[in-house]
Design a binder for this molecule. Structure first.
Ligand code: SF4
Length: 502
């Protein structure tokens, strides 16, 4: 644990901000204001007059000293309050002295949030040109030029895929969570329960899910609210039987309004061991041709180490089965930094992916999430160092370029190895619209099913209220009706003018 001692006292939310920044440099850090303690000493101050505001940082550690200054005009931007500007300026100088001390450079600058793209969209929505938005991100937030270019590319791809991206606030998207998987993977923090069919839990869950779809569908239909995209996630939505999938899609088509106008329906078939010809037939019957088949790695030992219980060959076979049976848009996920994996294993994963050419590929960087088995037993798993992870990221970037993919969404996670990002790549025109919508938070997403998280976005203010369905199927079965009512209350609040159409 690295202690960082500030010579001045700050409110708790400021301390949290400094801690997030310090965590970019140290595996674990603690920012405190007790100068009696031993640690890295940082003196922060601000000088302000009517027109200029300047921040200073002075760091002392092990007899060495570092300092940084940063100044800019007092904000005239109405979307940034004075406090926000102060926080940003303090962050600049705090980050810079830590960069000097550690020799590490932070390519995302002072941005520690998970959605840097949102900031880019915000600047563009304020009327800034692409070049100005890039400059603002570099100057105000210290991000590297290459990252600002990545954001600009993503914006262009997103607006091509969804030209009305910023006018979708009166429509909704739907997420349907099915919380079962054949087994639980070691790094998993999703609501995923090993499926065994003896106790009737799956059937009872599905009864509740049908009811939720019917009730939410009824509310939307009565008010003529359109659905932009629908996404089945989980868990693994293909871990239920083919006839259960069929019944579910029937309820969806019977209940949701304007199904013909829904732009995309995706079903995650993440675990290849759940894919069968009968299930693909069901998907085809309902016109669903966008699925995810997730290899994560093409090294059998890795799959075993992370508890996937399927082989590499099975991934390859199920990919071709899906492709040959008519699945036109297949997404695959790879994870960088899985246990015992280095450059060779990742190169091998890319070589294998090359043979299949899925329409989209998401490259995740392994994150040690607090609740996963891997985090609880961190010492058991040997993972690549920051430098290797960075090299793997670059390898992925290069590979996607050579194979005709473009980046179309991006997000970052806390505790992500090397403090890098997860990037979704797609062949032009094959982007997942749902992924863009959820990442950029441009409309309400109604979560249905276990662990499904709803995001109710007020169309006027853009303010988002999150609402979570129960994660555990047992709790869901008992309470789903209450949760339907609560979601409808939220919908009535954000769409007060939506009238019941006769
Ligand atoms: S397949 Fe996905 S949802 Fe299921 S246990 Fe593994 S990581 Fe979790």
């Amino acid at each position: 644990m690295q202690k960082i001692i500030l010579t001045k006292t700050f409110e708790q939310d400021w301390i949290r901000m400094f801690t997030h920044l310090a965590n970019l440099f140290f595996e674990q850090s603690k920012v405190i204001t007790d100068t009696e303690e031993e640690g890295i000493l940082v003196d922060l101050s601000i000088n302000q007059n009517d027109s200029t505001i300047a921040g200073y940082a002075h760091l002392t550690y092990n007899g060495k000293e570092y300092s940084a200054t940063f100044s800019e005009q007092v904000t005239t931007d109405s979307s940034e309050t004075e406090t926000r500007q102060l926080k940003r300026i303090y962050s600049h100088v705090f980050l810079e002295v830590l960069e000097q001390l550690t020799g590490m450079k932070q390519s995302w600058g002072i941005l520690t949030g998970i959605r840097p793209m949102k900031l880019f969209h915000k600047y563009r929505q304020q009327g800034h040109s692409v070049e100005e938005a890039k400059r603002l991100l570099m100057e105000k937030h210290r991000i590297f030029e290459e990252k600002s270019e990545l954001l600009a590319t993503i914006e262009e791809v997103q607006l091509k895929a969804i030209p009305d991206l910023h006018q979708l606030q009166n429509d909704v998207s739907i997420y349907i969570g099915i919380p079962f998987c054949p087994t639980k993977c070691a790094y998993c923090t999703f609501p995923a329960y090993a499926i065994h069919r003896k106790n009737g839990r799956v059937e009872s869950f599905l009864d509740g899910l049908h009811e939720e779809i019917r009730e939410i569908g009824k509310w939307l239909t009565e008010r003529n609210i359109k659905i932009t995209t629908i996404y089945f996630g989980g868990g693994t939505p293909t871990s239920i039987e083919a006839d259960e999938m069929d019944a579910l899609y029937k309820t969806m088509y019977d209940s949701f309004p304007h199904m013909k106008e829904v732009r995309e329906v995706t079903v995650e078939a993440g675990r290849p061991d759940t894919i069968t010809p009968a299930k693909i037939d069901v998907l085809k019957k309902w016109g669903i041709d966008r699925i995810s088949v997730n290899p994560q790695s093409y090294t059998d030992e890795t799959l075993k180490a992370i508890g996937r219980h399927h082989s590499v060959q099975e991934t390859i076979d199920k990919f071709w089965l899906s492709r040959n049976m008519g699945m036109k848009n297949i997404n695959m996920d790879l994870i960088i930094g899985l246990p015992n994996e280095g450059l060779d294993e990742f190169r091998h994963s890319l070589d294998e992916t090359e043979k299949m050419q899925p329409e989209s590929l998401t490259v995740h960087t392994l994150s040690f999430k607090r609740a996963s088995e891997m985090t609880r037993n961190k010492e058991k798993y040997k993972v690549a160092d920051r430098e290797t992870v960075e090299q793997m990221m670059q390898m992925g970037e290069q590979w996607t370029k050579e194979n005709g993919y473009v980046p179309y969404y991006l997000y970052r996670q806390k505790n992500i190895l090397g403090n890098l990002e997860n990037v979704g790549y797609a062949k032009p025109g094959e982007e997942s619209l749902y992924n863009i919508i959820i990442m950029e938070e441009v409309q309400t997403i109604i979560g249905i099913g276990c662990g499904a998280s709803s995001k109710f976005m007020d169309p006027t203010t853009g303010k988002i209220t999150q609402f979570q369905n129960p994660k555990d199927p047992a709790a869901y079965i008992l309470t789903f009706e209450e949760y339907i009512d609560k979601k409808i209350e939220h919908l009535e609040r954000i769409f007060p003018d939506a009238v019941v159409v006769e």
